[in-house]
Design a protein. Structure first.
Length: 348
């Protein structure tokens, strides 16, 4: 299939480009589009056959359900069997934005969208292109991140192009996604609101509105509540180690690993904070990617997936990443880094 990539204004999207996207969606085809978190791979959420194409294009396991995107509360209402007071509060405070709500679904949502689960995951994105596309198509849009399954989520149009060219008819490219990490997935179907995936809206912010909020800790021998969380994600091709500790210790250890790696003729890449970078560059890693300042985790969130992808493109055999404090947005960043490292985390 020939893939067309068009550049679209992320603030005031050109109506003719939105129409083109909406037409493909109504015709049961896939369209990649920007959201404030990451790019989505969209299909008509009311069509099982359109959504089946998402699983095929990504190579996504069938048991991993899709988030359905809506453009207003009334649209969300049509697919949820009973809004709770908590859902109302969340939508009021955080929509449009990077928060996905898991609630009981109505039967008109096809089973492959929810992977047979009784609940639906819903989100109203804030990106103008996403909102206009949903409005214009008049459809709820099922959309996972627009990467090949297992790869880092795409945070710009080039990432989508690399993963999806030849597989889908249209990519709407509006440049970089401002948040850069996927939405927080919050399960409101049980007694206590539970975060299934940390993301752009932090636990602290949710607690201000909801009171007690739990974080789901998947147990061995038990299916995780967000099936996607069990897969190895964001995995770069090279081996990756996440190092957590004081900046000084991390720098020291990285120096040692660079030497060891070079002795074995490995290419060693570093993902680090702005504060550590001045102490690392003279150790001559093959790649030094500065994620952002420790004091501005939103900067790190926005560049993390680009950093992981650059390591692959430049053929790094070993990737050493610096951990950050697990508070606020730092929790979501550390969650993605841990997954990328395949749980190879060292506290030093
Ligand atoms: O920011 C985002 O959420 C992006 C943009 C495109 O909106 N989407 C995204 O989708 O990250 P995806 O498919 O890559 O991740 C969705 C996560 C998975 O972990 C999945 O298992 C979980 O949400 N999920 C989806 N539907 C669910 C449901 N009904 N119950 C529990 N978890 C669900
Ligand atoms: Mg994904």
């Amino acid at each position: 299939m020939q893939t067309k990539r068009v550049y679209i204004d992320g603030v005031s999207p050109e109506p003719e480009l939105i129409s083109e996207g909406a037409n493909w969606l109504r015709a049961g085809e896939l369209v990649a589009f920007p959201t404030e978190t990451v790019y989505g791979l969209g299909a008509n959420a009311l069509s099982a056959s359109a959504c089946a194409k998402i699983f095929a294009a990504k190579g996504r396991p069938q048991d991993n359900p899709l988030i359905v995107h809506v453009c207003n509360r009334a649209m969300a209402d049509r697919y949820v069997d009973g809004w709770t007071a908590e859902a109302e509060q969340c939508a009021h405070h955080f929509w449009p934005g990077p928060l996905t709500l898991v609630l009981k679904k109505k039967p008109l949502i096809p089973d492959n969208v929810t992977a047979g689960l009784p609940n639906i995951a819903l989100r109203m994105p804030s990106h103008p292109v996403a909102l206009r596309l949903i409005e214009e198509s008049g459809l709820p849009i099922a959309a996972p991140s627009a990467n090949l399954s297992g790869k880092p989520s795409p945070t710009n149009g080039s990432h989508v192009w690399r993963d999806m060219k030849g597989k889908i008819p249209l990519i709407l490219d509006a440049g970089a996604c401002p948040v850069g990490l996927e939405s927080t997935v919050l399960d409101l179907s049980g007694k206590v609101p539970t975060i299934l995936r940390p993301g752009g809206i932090t636990k602290e912010k949710l607690e201000e509105i909801l009171g007690e909020v739990q974080i789901d800790v998947p147990h061995e021998n038990q299916a995780p509540k967000a099936p996607g969380m069990k897969y190895r994600h964001y995995a770069p091709q090279g081996e990756m180690i996440l190092l957590v500790g004081s900046s000084q210790r991390v720098v020291q250890r990285m120096g040692l690993e660079i030497q060891r790696g070079h002795a074995r003729l490995k290419k060693v890449g570093i993902l680090c904070t702005l504060e550590s970078a001045p102490f690392l560059h003279h150790l001559l890693p093959d790649l030094l990617f500065v994620l952002g300042s420790q004091n501005r985790p939103e900067e790190i969130a926005a560049s993390l997936f680009e950093g992981l992808r650059v390591c692959d493109e430049r053929g790094m055999d070993l990737i050493l990443a610096e951990g950050i404090e697990e508070a606020g947005l730092g929790s979501a960043i550390m969650n993605r880094l841990q997954k990328a490292a395949g749980q190879r985390v060292e506290f030093i």
